[in-house]
Design a protein around this ligand. Structure first.
Ligand code: F6R
Ligand code: ZN
Length: 187
């Protein structure tokens, strides 16, 4: 592989040259991950909005490489639960990941297979280190797009299945205008 450069907008996280097309995830792709499937169905029926999109500027999945790119989580709620990413463990569970907040603000919800839970709020200019073994989900509780740069080992892989079937132990919902972490009633 040869060295290369690629444009990357520090505010929006978008690759404007169009060399990389973002992957978009809509409510219909995550209906069962929200605590209120009826609210999710309502959102689907009224246009199925994009919850988030991410661009992986490099990922050739080989050992020794670094995958990197950006995630944009849009502001909004499904019922009283904020827009969020699906979340995943890395298939090679020990693989860590670094995030750097470019704009907006939000949370990273993390948990281990053993049941440890950690919620970190990140703002522009802050880096977040997600150690290996911690599943991670980004949540936008703000009013602006929440944009983060990410870097992780290219061979990490993504295990979505565990989260899809069991969900996270905790949820972040809005109560009296403020975000609070509650137990996931489905866990
Ligand atoms: C890669 C990583 C991020 C996410 C992205 C979308 O390991 O953590 O690039 O892939 O934020 O979230 P998911 O993958 O959970 O849909
Ligand atoms: Zn990851």
């Amino acid at each position: 592989m040869k060295p290369y450069t690629i444009d990357f907008d520090l505010l929006t996280g978008i690759c404007k040259s169009g060399k990389v097309q973002p992957v978009q995830r809509r409510v219909s792709q995550m209906k069962m991950q929200f605590a209120d499937p009826e609210a999710a169905q309502k959102a689907i029926d009224s246009g199925d909005p994009v919850l988030y999109e991410f661009s992986t500027l490099l990922n050739d999945e080989k050992k020794g490489t670094l995958a990197f790119g950006s995630t944009i989580i849009y502001p909004g709620k499904i019922g009283d639960e904020y827009y969020m990413t699906k979340g995943h463990f890395h298939t090679i569970l020990d693989s860590a990941e670094v995030y750097y907040c470019l704009s907006g603000k939000g949370f990273m919800m993390m948990e281990t297979p053993e049941g440890d839970v950690d919620l970190q709020e990140v703002h522009p200019g802050e880096a977040l280190y997600v150690p290996g073994r911690w599943a991670h989900r980004s949540i936008n509780h703000g009013t602006e797009p929440f944009v983060m740069l990410f870097v992780y080992p290219g061979d990490s892989g993504h295990d979505y299945g565990t989260i899809e079937t069991k969900g996270y132990r905790k949820l972040v919902v809005e109560r009296d205008g403020k975000p609070v972490m509650i137990d996931n009633p489905k866990w």
